[in-house]
Design a protein around this ligand. Structure first.
Ligand SMILES: Cc1cc2nc3c(=O)[nH]c(=O)nc-3n(C[C@H](O)[C@H](O)[C@H](O)COP(=O)(O)OP(=O)(O)OC[C@H]3O[C@@H](n4cnc5c(N)ncnc54)[C@H](O)[C@@H]3O)c2cc1C
Length: 492
């Protein structure tokens, strides 16, 4: 391995070429046309989540009118496969000539801020050549996602070592996994499981979903009637995209509000949707009745009720119970159910990754993210010239990519106006007594991967400036108008 120092400097360095990195590059290109920038991406191609997840049936559970960018019309069915999302991203890259800015197989391995130089020195590994080098950047636009890409989360259960079958995590799906005619056990019932099960069921001998706690499922058709009607009228796709986005976001706002004001009504509606697809008399309780309120965790969308078709046909089965232990041939639950399986799929979630687990330092002092407070869920107190694109969980992630794109470009322009080279969030004197708390209030949103690692995340305050509100509808109004001179941001 050879280490050499490169002398390249970029005004902005984007880390990651997933949906966030590509969208951010688009905004930079269009709103800061003179800026020099590069995207460094570990994988050999773009797509991030949609490149690395290879399990059967992998698809979005958001509609692509809102998961797609605001600037690039979506013309397919609302729910899209990973391949369709990659194709859409490919078109964005091509149409905007972004490929020349992306360096694939380049992993960012460290970032060091120098106050004297007012820039980041970034250590990069060229994975193809197995060399490391350094570049400098005025601003780091972090689009590396929010979970560890290398491996998913699998709990340790007693007796796992004795199991003689194959254990697979959906995040690292073996290309050659043959499940034809096999008995499959899927542990977990979130969005991944809801995708996997209908895709695998026709080919398996039998598939069992074992869940410790149920998930809310929303059943709907994978069509958008408004889009279809507008297409029939030969309306321009740009218009259709905008109109359909507005309609979907309007509807989602009503549902989100109802989840707070009338959670029981929303629950009933969700249950009714499921019942319509289940066999006559199939028990909703306990398999489909979570203990939390709708939207305290993401609701898994089931297009055309496909998940329930397997249950109807007898190919798929739900078990709601906890694992007591693994055996040589499967698992035994605490309730005494024995489930034998040739393959066990642990759809048990992620490891949260804070800023990609990249070591950062400020003038040689290692940076502990948990000691910072977030500015609007994108920047961090004491950390200069850096933003992390962290999208929405309840609405499509990408809605925030666009909003943040506008915000960061406005901020960079503001720095130019002020002749400033550094911007750093800081608590104001009036924030001194503000309660500092976790990144997200578990009462508001509480998936397990977040609860497991919240202590490592930046903190938040009680005022909107110091939170990731997770509220698209509020941010859409507030972010474009946010006062960049309200004292939360210090310039020099
Ligand atoms: C299976 C699945 C389905 C999902 N479905 C939806 C959905 O329907 N709707 C929704 O809103 N959200 C969904 N999500 C959440 C989803 O991850 C985000 O919406 C979105 O794709 C995240 O995009 P991203 O670009 O921020 O991060 P990622 O997709 O994680 O991409 C990050 C990129 O950064 C690269 N990278 C990371 N670290 C480094 C480094 N140190 N150096 C260089 N490159 C690096 C990675 O290789 C990767 O390519 C889903 C997540 C999963 C796992």
């Amino acid at each position: 391995m050879v280490t050499h120092v490169a002398s390249e400097h970029f005004d902005v360095l984007i880390v990651g070429a997933g949906i966030s990195g590509v969208g951010s590059a688009y905004h930079l290109l269009n709103q800061r046309p003179g800026a020099t920038f590069a995207i460094f991406e570990s994988y050999e191609t773009f797509g991030g989540t949609w490149h690395m997840h290879r399990y059967p049936g992998v698809r979005s559970d958001s509609d692509l009118y809102t998961f797609g960018y605001r600037f690039k019309p979506w013309t397919g069915t609302p729910i899209a496969t990973a391949a369709e999302i990659r194709k859409y991203m490919e078109a964005v890259i091509e149409e905007n000539d972004l490929a020349r800015h992306i360096r694939y197989r380049h992993r960012v391995e460290g970032a060091s801020w120098s106050t004297a130089a007012a820039r980041w020195t970034v250590t990069v590994r060229d994975l193809a050549a197995d060399t490391t080098f350094e570049v400098t950047a005025g601003f780091l636009w972090m689009c590396q996602g929010y979970y560890k890409h290398s491996r998913g989360f699998t709990p340790e259960w007693p007796g796992m070592d004795s199991y003689r079958g194959t254990v697979v995590h959906p995040q690292t799906w073996p290309e050659d996994l043959d499940y034809h005619g096999k008995r499959v056990l899927v542990i977990g019932s979130g969005a991944t499981s809801a995708t996997l099960v209908p895709a695998m069921a026709p080919d398996c001998e039998h598939i069992t979903v074992l869940q410790r706690s149920p998930t809310y499922f929303a059943v709907g058709r994978n069509v958008n009637d408004v889009a279809d009607m507008l297409r029939l009228l030969e309306i321009d796709e740009t218009w259709i995209h905008e109109i359909v986005r507005r309609k979907i976001l309007f509807d989602q706002k009503m549902i989100t509000d109802m989840c707070v004001t009338h959670p029981d009504l929303v629950k009933e509606q969700l249950f009714e949707g499921i019942k319509a697809h289940l066999p006559e008399g199939y028990p909703i309780d306990p398999h489909f009745t979570p203990s939390y309120r709708p939207w305290q965790q993401r609701i898994a969308f089931v297009p055309d009720g496909d998940l329930f078709e397997g249950i109807k046909s007898g190919k798929a089965e739900m078990v709601t119970d906890e694992i007591e232990s693994f055996t040589e041939t499967g698992v035994v639950t605490k309730g005494g159910t024995v489930i034998d399986a040739d393959i066990v799929i642990t759809a048990t979630g992620f490891h949260l990754s804070i800023l990609g687990d990249i070591p950062f330092d400020l003038d040689g002092e290692p940076l502990d993210w948990a000691s910072t407070v977030t500015y609007r869920g994108m920047m961090f107190t004491g950390v200069p010239n850096l933003a992390w694109v962290f999208g929405y969980f309840r609405a499509s992630w990408t809605l925030r990519v666009d909003l943040m794109g506008d915000f960061i470009c406005r901020l960079l322009a503001h720095m130019d106006d002020k002749n400033a080279r550094t911007v750093v969030p800081q608590l104001r004197p009036e924030d001194a007594d503000m309660t500092i708390r976790e990144w997200i209030d578990p009462e508001n949103f509480n998936p397990n991967y977040l609860l497991r690692s919240q202590h490592l995340m930046p903190r938040s305050g009680t005022k909107p400036e110091w939170q990731h509100t997770q509220d698209y509808w509020v941010e859409k109004r507030e972010l474009p108008e946010a006062d960049l001179d309200d004292g939360c941001l210090a310039y020099s």
